[in-house]
Write a protein that binds this ligand. Sequence first.
Ligand SMILES: NC(=O)c1ccc[n+]([C@@H]2O[C@H](COP(=O)([O-])OP(=O)(O)OC[C@H]3O[C@@H](n4cnc5c(N)ncnc54)[C@H](OP(=O)(O)O)[C@@H]3O)[C@@H](O)[C@H]2O)c1
Length: 257
Amino acid sequence: MPSSSGPSLRVLVTGASRGIGAAIVAELGAQGHRIALTARTEADLVAVAAAVDGPTLVLPADAIDPAAPQRLIDAVVAEWGGIDVLVLNAGEAVSAPIERTDEELWNSLLEINLTSPFRFVRAATPVMKAQGFGRMIVVASVASKIGAPYISAYVSAKHGVLGMVRAAAAELATTGITVNAVCPGYVDTPMTQRSVDAIVAKTGRSRELVLGNLQSAQPIGRLITAGEVATAVSFLANDSGGINGQSIVIDGGAVQS
Ligand SMILES: NC(=O)c1ccc[n+]([C@@H]2O[C@H](COP(=O)([O-])OP(=O)(O)OC[C@H]3O[C@@H](n4cnc5c(N)ncnc54)[C@H](OP(=O)(O)O)[C@@H]3O)[C@@H](O)[C@H]2O)c1
C-alpha cells in the first residue's frame, strides 16, 4: 500500500504551468515524488517539469473539459500504477460588479473553480479507495471564507469548492483518503499581476498604489509567496491522515478561522 512516509508518492497537480501550481511541483518534486503536471499550455508545463530532478509526466488538457479529469487520472494510473496525491489548483479569477456579472462569467468561474475540482475528486475516488490511501488537496482561497466586493462569482465558486472538500472528507473518512483545502490571500503570481493590471486600467490609479493596497490586505504587509502555499500543500500531502476536511488559511492573519 502506498504510504505518505514513503519516498515516492504519485502526484497529479492541476494548474501546474505557473504561479502556485509550479511552486507545488517544485516543492513535491524536490522531495523525490513522481509528479504529473497538467494545464492547457504544454510549453510552460515542459519548462516547469524540466526543473524537477525526478520522474515527471506532462499531460496538457483543458480542466473544464468534462472528460479531462477521468482521462488524466487514467493516464497517471497507466504510467505509475496508481495515484496517491491529487492537488486541484487550476483556477481563474475575474472581477465584475454584480449587475455586470453575466451568465457567461458566472458559469465560467463556477466551471473552473468548482465543477472541475469536483470531477477530479469523483474520478480519483475509486482508485484511491482501492488503494486504501489518498491525499486530495484543493487550492481554494480566503474567498472560500469571506465575501468581498466585485467578485461574487469567484467567491461563490470558492465557497462551493470548500463545501465540496468538507462533504468529500466526511464521506471518504473511513477509506484512507483525506480531503483538505488551503486558502491563500493575495499571492505573488501572474494571477495577482493580472488583477493589478485590471485595477490600474479601470481606476487609473498608479501601479504602486494598487499593489500596496493588495499587500496591505495581508496584516504582514506583503503578498504571500507561491512557495508558502506550496509548503502548506506539502504538509497536507505528507500528513499521516489525522487532518481531514480542514482549510488552512495562508494570508498573514487577516482571516482567523
Ligand atoms: N494568486 C492569488 O492571489 C490567489 C489567491 C487565492 C487563491 N488562488 C488560487 O490559486 C490557484 C492558482 O492561482 P495562481 O495565482 O497560481 O494563478 P495563475 O498564475 O493564473 O495560474 C493558473 C494556473 O491554472 C491553469 N489553468 C487556468 N485555467 C485552466 C483551464 N481551463 N484548464 C487547465 N488549466 C487551467 C493555468 O495554466 P494554463 O493557462 O496554461 O492552462 C495556470 O497553470 C487558483 O485556483 C486560484 O484561484 C490564487
